[in-house]
Ligand binder design. Sequence first.
Ligand code: NAD
Length: 484
Amino acid sequence: MKTKIAVANGDGIGPEIMSAVLNIFEACNVQLEYEFVEMGKSYFDAGHSTGMTVLAKDTIEKLGILFKGPMETPKGKGVKSINVTARKVWNTYANQRDFRTLNGVDTVFSKAGIPINLTIIRENIEDTYGGIEHLLTYDVAVGRRIITRPGSEQVIRYAFEMARRKGYTKLACGHKANIMKLTDGMFLEVFYEVAKDFPEIQASDIIVDDLCMKLVSRPETFQSIVLTNLQGDIVSDLCAGLVGGLGFAPSANIGDNISIFEAVHGTAPDIAGKGIANPTALLLSGISMLRFLGDSANAAKIENALLYTLEQGVHTGDFGDKAIPSSNTKEFADAIIANLGKLPANGAAIATQGFDEKGEVFKPSKNKLTLTTGVKEEMIGVDVFVRSDLQPAELADLAKVALTDNFNLVMISNRGTQVWPTGSIYTELVNEYRVRFEKKDGREVSQKELLHIAADLSAKVKVCSVEFLMNFDGKIGYTLAQGQ
Ligand code: NAD
């Protein structure tokens, strides 16, 4: 019986590369039935605010698998990216991107005889991708970066399970916890907690800037890396560059209920409609999808035909030996079809029964968000963000009027740097300050009292936003200002 999946052609080069990939699937007689869904730029333009029809949404939710071409988000219309929305709404929390050296795709490393085979797992829901941003003044924009303990656990657990299935011995956590102590600090803490359940995998962590340097100098030393969303996005494009570019970067967005398979690259508007795009990244994503669906035999057959074709020097215009004329998208796909059944000289894929034990990608065991209970919370103060053109000492005098006996004015900062009670005359100021009030030792304080402080202050200066200061099980739940 055929498995039904949803397919969205996408925009730009999407329809061209999707057609090439589905032709290869058909030639291989894969047992899939496609329900084509209406998603993408033209559906935004037609007035669907989410970029997809209600029927498309229902179909994807019913079938659980979406194979999609790249999609364009209209610029400057205030609409959110359909690609990001799809990943977030359907909770595809793990974005797996596999990068490996392909014979016939020359890179600096392949020429030096250094093979690359590494997997990036990127958290796919949280971080700055909530797109929660505000202008506090005309000159000052702030964005919220959301990292949660259960969200981190979901993706990190997936990364460890993936490493175990692939037979990797190492998983590294990339982060910037030295600077973002609470957000990346939480991700890192959860990483080492989950690592305890996978004692056979060597867990390590690396600061993301150092990681980038080491990836371009010694990529062969890495097997798998898990990262938060934005850092994972950047690092995975870096890895695409290591193996020949975006044309070779597949991606699987895995969730408990819905999974989305797509290429990492976008709609390539500069070459759209010319029929010259490289379909390899989408094909590799499709091969992952076949494995995910349990069709390891066809996955291996198509992968071997692709590898054999690349070894023969067949290439599209974006890569390969310039001495060999390039093929267009259809010719490239036809060459793969002609090579179905052939084995590459190097790195042939092996079919397994049912789910691929080596698990390019796999269905995670149900991995629900689990919130921590029984934590003692204590409210100890408030940061009031204000718009002011005053100097710090003047603002401090003014802020003191909002004080009651219960509170101290402890600090004022500007762009995160303390400017009162001490600071440097060389710190340059913008017109938005953070004014921190903390309770005096031992006093009970209510949220209402803290809001009163902000309200009292608003009589003197414009309040832009308020953030409460909390302790959790006695540990402070906020950061100190630079220089505090
Ligand atoms: P892009 O990935 O579309 O293109 C970057 C460069 O890579 C271009 O020179 C392009 O010609 C080339 N390229 C990309 N894919 C190729 C392929 N398969 N074969 C040959 N060359 C290829 O990135 P962009 O130009 O920044 O983005 C274009 C649009 O795509 C934007 O609207 C963006 O929002 C969207 N986008 C969508 C996705 C997605 O659907 N998942 C991902 C990234 C970007």
